[in-house]
Design a protein around this ligand. Structure first.
Ligand SMILES: NC(=O)c1ccc[n+]([C@@H]2O[C@H](COP(=O)([O-])OP(=O)(O)OC[C@H]3O[C@@H](n4cnc5c(N)ncnc54)[C@H](O)[C@@H]3O)[C@@H](O)[C@H]2O)c1
Length: 244
């Protein structure tokens, strides 16, 4: 039980990597707050989590909206009285060519993928500072490291922003014993990647990731084993790209 009695907020926990993270954390004893835009998928995952014997609060949240995020964090605190872990997982994706990318698409991508992690992190900081401990883990992407193999420019740029935001937050919050890290998946088998072309020939391991394989790396950064890691982006890409 590596997260026994800890409280974790997981954004976008209704499916894919977020769902896998919810279930992985719950199996390790964490109580879960699912902050998800889609109430139907979130309720289904909420039932799966409760069946594992921990508590779960489902809160419909739009991570791109500050009022929605602050209300979600308040409800989490009202229910659990503490927040130990925030996983900034909610995200949206597109393949749009740069010539076709509208201002609206650019703004929405930045609002969900980059402003979302900023708003959620900002909303939990006071609580984590008071607790003198906390873990923030955000989903970056290989696209944000290499410019996107199939992903659009706004998606790739938003994820590069997430990975730099991670370093800025790590610098600011380290003195308060709050670690801040990112995960950079390559391709994981979720709804987001259903229409991806086959990129497995570019993966040293020759296959895409299962969501739980990404969740397990998030668990490492959230658990006591990850206590001295901060400001880091962990590649979970099957050897598709190897940064220094
Ligand atoms: N799947 C991959 O190969 C891959 C690769 C690199 C990075 N990522 C990142 O991992 C994260 C999870 O990806 P996934 O593949 O599980 O995606 P997914 O599309 O399967 O799930 C995303 C979840 O986020 C939720 N969401 C979307 N907008 C939201 C909002 N405004 N507020 C709250 N929730 C919202 C969706 O409802 C959904 O449940 C994303 O940030 C994604 O960019 C995924």
């Amino acid at each position: 039980m590596r997260l026994k009695d800890r409280v974790a907020i997981i954004t976008g926990g209704g499916q894919g990597i977020g769902r896998a993270t919810c279930l992985t954390f719950a199996k390790e004893g964490a109580n879960i707050v699912i902050a998800e835009y889609n109430p139907t998928t979130a309720e289904t995952v909420g039932k799966e989590i409760k069946a594992l014997g921990v508590e779960c609060l489902v809160i419909q949240t739009d991570v791109s909206n500050g009022d929605s995020v602050r209300s979600m964090v308040k409800q989490a605190l009202d229910s659990f009285g503490r927040i130990d872990i925030l996983v900034n997982n909610a995200g949206i994706f597109s393949y749009t060519q740069i010539e076709d990318c509208t201002e609206e698409e650019w703004d929405r991508m930045m609002a969900v993928n980059l402003k979302g992690p900023f708003l959620c992190s900002q909303a939990v900081i006071d609580t984590m500072k008071t607790q003198k401990s906390g873990r923030i883990i955000s989903l970056g992407s290989l696209a944000g490291q290499v410019g996107g193999l199939v992903a659009s420019a706004p998606y790739s740029a938003s994820k590069a922003g997430v990975m730099c935001l991670t370093k800025s937050l790590a610098r600011a919050l380290g003195p308060h014993n709050i670690t801040v890290n990112a995960i950079a998946p390559g391709v994981a088998a979720t709804d987001m990647t259903t229409n991806h072309p086959d990129l497995t020939s570019q993966m040293v391991l020759g296959r895409v990731a299962q969501p739980v394989e990404v969740a397990n790396t998030i668990l490492f950064l959230a658990s006591d084993e990850g206590s001295y890691v901060t400001g880091f982006t962990l590649n979970v890409n099957g050897g598709m790209f190897m940064s220094s």
